[in-house]
Design a protein around this ligand. Structure first.
Ligand code: SF4
Length: 327
């Protein structure tokens, strides 16, 4: 690991000031992804600005009936918080499906937003990778690409985003609150992560030096009827091959509203806007759910080893929506 300097911040202002005055600096939260990547030489910051002591770990109800999750809240605390378990079970389930209890106790929700891809080639510094070294190439396209994207990929990068939390947040219309030298702003979760395009090394809409301070969940009266399904190679401590987060309001067997996002299929959580529209007004039947699944995967592009994700994604969508409809 390359040597680095360490700074501990006592306020958000101090942290933002520190990161802007230091060269090659990164914020340090739980460190569960960043430190691993530093050990591999993928990340090489000269300075780490520790933000874990900031007063940003509260989970509280908002005046509009939504919930604010501080960026330093730990994954395990968030998953088990009564407001999250009762109002947004899909988010609690997503958290609890990720990593291990020890990692969930350390990892923060702010850091979870910034997880890097688990593409095999990205984490191997002996190999080229456009995300790690722009212009060096993407060996995944012609290589072993079983875990890679089938939606929204580019000629430069076909990596997937690894977070479970972000898939649930995308379905729940969450907003990310960030603060920088120009003050505070909000970014819709569905716009926070970018598709790879020609610049796979730029993964989010964060500006240099901006600090994530919180995630806001809007009030959604049917979010208590929600479910997260994660399909993976083994039943714990594995990333999603495909995952589905959905919430659905069904009355008299007719779908009134629906929200749905997929994980494991794209460079960002894949919100299924078209399928959501298609579902409204339809009977809550398997036939309807199959139509929604066809809509989501209609534009899928597969590679040598990941074609199975298309059928897997369709079945996961039908299973998720059927589970919610069954109550
Ligand atoms: Fe790198 Fe993306 Fe290609 Fe993986 S898929 S090797 S992260 S450019």
């Amino acid at each position: 690991m390359k040597a680095f300097d360490y700074t501990r911040s006592n306020s958000t202002e101090e942290a933002i000031s520190a990161i802007n005055s230091l060269n090659m600096a990164k914020y340090l939260g739980g460190g569960t992804n960043l430190i691993d990547l530093m050990k591999e030489g993928v990340e090489q910051p000269s300075n780490l600005v520790d933000v874990t002591r900031l007063s940003l770990a509260e989970i509280e109800e908002l005046p509009n009936g939504g919930v604010r999750i501080g960026a330093m809240a730990r994954n395990s605390d968030t998953a088990n918080h009564p407001l999250i378990r009762q109002r947004y079970p899909v988010l609690s389930q997503a958290f609890l499906s990720g990593a291990s209890p020890q990692l969930r106790n350390m990892a923060t929700v702010g850091g979870n937003l910034l997880q890097r891809t688990r593409c095999y080639y990205f984490v191997n510094t002996d190999l080229p990778c456009n995300k790690r070294e722009p212009g060096s190439g993407c060996p995944a396209i012609e290589g072993f690409n079983r875990i890679h994207a089938i939606l929204g990929a580019s000629e430069e990068c076909i990596a997937t985003h690894p977070s479970d939390m972000c898939v649930a947040l995308a379905a729940l219309d969450a907003t990310v609150r960030v603060r920088g030298t120009n003050g505070e702003r909000e970014i819709a979760l569905v716009d926070f992560h970018r598709l790879p395009g020609d610049t796979p090394q730029i993964e989010t809409e964060l500006q240099p030096g901006e600090l994530i301070t919180a995630i806001d969940l809007p009030p959604m009266d049917f979010a208590n009827k929600s479910y997260y399904l994660k399909v993976r190679d083994r039943n714990s401590y594995a990333f999603a091959l495909v995952s589905v987060a959905a919430a659905m309001d069904v009355r008299d067997n007719t779908i009134q509203q629906a929200r749905m996002a997929l994980g494991g299929v794209a460079h960002k959580p894949w919100r299924a806007f078209e399928a959501e529209e298609m579902l409204v007004g339809k009977p809550a039947t398997e036939e309807t759910f199959k139509q929604a699944a066809e809509t989501v995967l209609a534009g899928a592009k597969t590679y040598e080893h990941n074609a199975f994700k298309v059928e897997l994604g369709k079945r996961a969508i039908v299973k998720t929506l059927s589970t919610i409809a069954a109550g």
